[in-house]
Design a binder for this molecule. Structure first.
Ligand code: SIN
Length: 532
């Protein structure tokens, strides 16, 4: 395989809100390469519907947003990180508006909506249900104004390049070439890992790559067991999965079982706007009771004009599958949506590995605790993306140019042939069935046993993206399963049917490390471990 070398000051891996916002801070500080593994706009951000939460409305206050975030996190949020998010969030959101973001308005005033577990209307949305797309558009345009930023699409990061325990770049597959990018600082912004589950709202690219490559490089990961399952993803055996934004329920849509009965009031005092984990489990319970693989989301009580203006993407997508949501109920079932855990960072995106930074869904800043408050993730990407960019610039100022390891043409050294499609599909079904919404020691141990059969793939040095992606998915699946096994208790989005109470270790965090395995840690101790 052909090899080449590129040297930049900063390497950003991932082109969603966090990566782009970091690049904007990095651009005045030197040359920046932004890598995306698929087309430039293909990111989790692009698909975010509901919106961006920021305390900007007259009825809202930063301290109320803080409390809602802490409550959603179920006791495991890092309070300092939440403080940063909610205090700095409004400023970063207004900045985005000043760069051209067009959030929906009612007459001339910004229109705020509500989602589960928010005690105020505080969610901004764009073109109804295409908020992420609008944010991505604005950030891409902003990045284009910097000549120091180059973009590389269809560039798959194979692994980070390490020298004396420091990250100095990444080796990247692009076409038939292996490019070694050397950089003073590397910023991971690769998004989430929803594709590890057979039902997910995430795009195909969300395979947990950043978490896996950081783990292989020796970075600490935290709280990998906390996966948020979105209650309402379009359900049809013959159609792609598709998110039905929670803001539909925020605007008055309700859930019904297949007998057309409302059920959420019987499960939670907040009924259809209960926290996502409670709604997802209630749906599973109704599906089991009725023996049908879905329930319904009923938006027929909303006015037709309103639906078409507020949810145009959802309306037109459902129509493609012959469901007119103004007249028909929509079949839905839960799906993996967001991972709260990830590569552990401090408030400035620094990981436990020198030279390696992380922001957005791939990172665990601690803002989400055990369960993320809806629409806090675009905000996290903006706030912590920018902070990470700034801290990487500071870090790089102290780096001299270094000798780089010699690059030689790479020999392909796979380990025989695998049926990649079959393993990928089995893995996703395994994780959904055994490590999904409701888990227990038995199901998780069975998952672990099965995962062991594929261990040989974890040791292989692959040189094609399909194999590498699957290797990353297997790494992520092992990390999630190990952490979920360790946490013998139910908290936030992690529900163990064999330990339905929180358990004595509830206030601790799980830490995963290549050499240490998955262990308990208190966040305060952990901060010391991370300190350079
Ligand atoms: C949604 O629109 O329901 C998703 C919003 C989010 O997960 O933040």
């Amino acid at each position: 395989m052909k090899s080449s070398v590129k040297t930049v000051d900063f390497l950003v891996i991932g082109g969603g809100v966090a990566g782009l916002r970091a690049a904007i801070e990095l651009a005045p500080g030197g040359s920046v390469a932004v890598l995306t593994k698929a087309a430039p706009t293909e990111s989790g951000t692009e698909y975010a519907q509901g919106g961006i939460a920021a305390a900007l409305s007259d009825e809202d206050e930063v301290c109320i947003h803080y409390e809602d975030t802490i409550n959603a996190g179920d006791g495991l949020c890092d309070e300092e990180a939440v403080g940063v998010l909610v205090e700095e969030g409004p400023g970063f959101t207004l900045e985005l508006i000043s760069w051209g973001a067009e959030f929906d308005k009612e007459e001339s005033r910004l229109d705020f909506t509500r989602e589960a577990a928010h005690s105020r209307k505080r969610i901004l949305h764009a073109r109804g249900d295409s908020t992420g797309k609008e944010i991505e558009r604005v950030l891409i345009n902003k990045v284009r104004t910097f000549s120091s930023v180059s973009r590389y699409d269809f560039a798959f990061t194979k692994d980070l390049i390490m020298l004396d325990n420091r990250c100095i770049g990444a080796s990247v597959l692009r076409g038939d070439e292996l490019i070694n990018f050397y950089a003073k600082a590397v910023i991971l912004a690769t998004g989430g890992a929803g594709q590890l589950f057979s039902r997910t709202t995430n795009p195909l690219i969300s395979t947990g790559d950043g978490m896996a490559i950081a783990y292989r490089a020796g970075a600490i990961l935290e709280d990998m067991e906390f996966i948020q399952f979105h209650p309402t993803s379009f359900y049809s055996p013959s159609a792609p999965q598709f998110l039905l934004s929670e803001s539909m329920r925020g605007e008055g849509a309700v859930l019904r079982n297949v007998h057309k009965e409302r059920f959420m009031p019987g499960y939670h005092r907040m009924a259809d706007l209960a926290p996502r984990d409670a709604v997802a489990r209630a749906i599973v319970s109704e599906m089991v009771k009725t023996g049908v693989k879905h329930v319904y989301l009923d938006a027929t009580g909303l006015k037709k004009d309103f639906i078409m203006k507020r949810f145009p993407l959802i309306y037109s997508t459902c129509l493609q599958f012959d469901i007119d949501i103004t007249e028909n109920m929509i079949p839905v079932s839960p799906a993996a949506h967001y991972i709260m855990g990830g590569v552990k960072t401090d408030l400035n995106g620094e990981t436990s590995v020198k030279g390696l930074f992380a922001a957005g869904e791939v990172a665990c800043t601690g803002v989400h605790g055990a369960n993320r408050l809806a629409s806090n993730s675009l905000l996290e990407g903006l706030v912590f993306g920018a902070r990470t960019g700034r801290s990487a610039v500071r870090y790089a100022a102290g780096i001299m140019s270094e000798d780089k390891p010699q690059v030689t043409d790479q020999k392909i050294s796979g380990i025989g042939s695998f049926d990649l499609k079959e393993i990928r599909s089995s893995l996703r079904r395994l994780m959904w069935g055994k490590a999904g919404i409701i888990r227990c020691g038995e199901s998780l141990s069975a998952a672990k046993e099965k995962l062991k059969e594929w261990d040989v793939m974890l040791k292989a040095d692959f040189f094609n993206t399909e194999e590498l992606e699957l290797k990353n998915m297997l790494t992520g699946a092992n990390l999630i399963t190990d952490a979920a096994l360790l946490r013998e208790g139910s908290i936030g989005a992690h529900y163990r049917s064999d330990f339905t109470v929180r358990g004595e270790n509830w206030h601790r965090h799980t830490l995963s490390h290549r050499d240490k395995g998955t262990i308990w840690i208190n966040r305060e101790e952990d901060k010391k471990i991370c300190a350079k």
